[in-house]
Write a protein that binds this ligand. Structure first.
Ligand SMILES: [Zn+2]
Length: 150
C-alpha cells in the first residue's frame, strides 16, 4: 500500500492557502474538547463548523471516553478546555465486535459503552474537572446529521 504517495501534492495546495494559521495560540479558543470515533467517514471539522485553533479532537475506535481520558486530563490541566462533547455514530464498526471477543485478542480494558454512559463516566471521574460541561451526541453517517442525546 502506498497511499502516502498522495500526500505531497495536496499539501502544497494547503501550504499555499495556509494564511496566518501559524500564529494561532496553542490553547483551543472555544475551550472545547471533542471525543469521537476514528471512523474514516467522519469529518469533524466540516460537520461541526470547527476551525483550526478552536478545539481539541480526540479520536479512537468507538469514541470511547475512557480511552480518551489521558488526553482530556492534559487538555484541561495544561490547555484550559472546560467543555467536552462526546460523539458516537450510527453504523459504528466498533459495535460489531463484542467486548468479550476483543478481550480474547488481548484488547482488554475497552468496553464500548453507549453515549449516555460515556458522558456519565466523564461527569463522575475524579480527574475530570468538576466544572466541566459534558454533552453527548450521535452523528448519523447516512445523512451527516448530528443529534444531541445528553
Ligand atoms: Zn465508529
Amino acid at each position: 500500500m502506498s497511499a502516502h504517495k498522495d500526500f505531497v501534492k495536496p499539501n502544497e495546495a494547503y501550504v499555499a492557502s495556509f494564511g496566518d494559521k501559524g500564529n494561532l495560540p496553542l490553547p483551543p479558543s472555544k475551550k472545547l474538547l471533542i471525543v469521537t470515533c476514528m471512523d474514516a467517514r467522519i469529518n469533524v471539522y466540516a460537520e461541526l463548523g470547527i476551525r483550526e485553533g478552536e478545539a481539541h479532537i480526540v479520536r479512537n475506535a468507538g469514541g470511547v471516553a475512557k480511552e480518551a481520558l489521558r488526553s482530556i486530563i492534559i487538555s484541561q490541566r495544561l490547555l484550559g478546555t472546560r467543555e467536552i462533547a462526546v460523539f458516537h455514530h450510527t453504523g459504528c464498526g466498533m459495535l460489531t465486535f463484542d467486548t468479550a471477543g476483543l478481550r480474547e485478542q488481548a484488547v482488554d480494558e475497552f468496553e464500548f459503552l453507549d453515549v449516555e454512559s460515556d458522558v456519565k463516566f466523564l461527569q463522575e471521574h475524579p480527574l475530570v474537572l468538576p466544572e466541566t460541561k459534558v454533552t453527548g451526541w450521535v452523528y448519523e453517517v447516512e445523512t451527516g446529521k448530528i443529534r444531541q442525546i445528553v
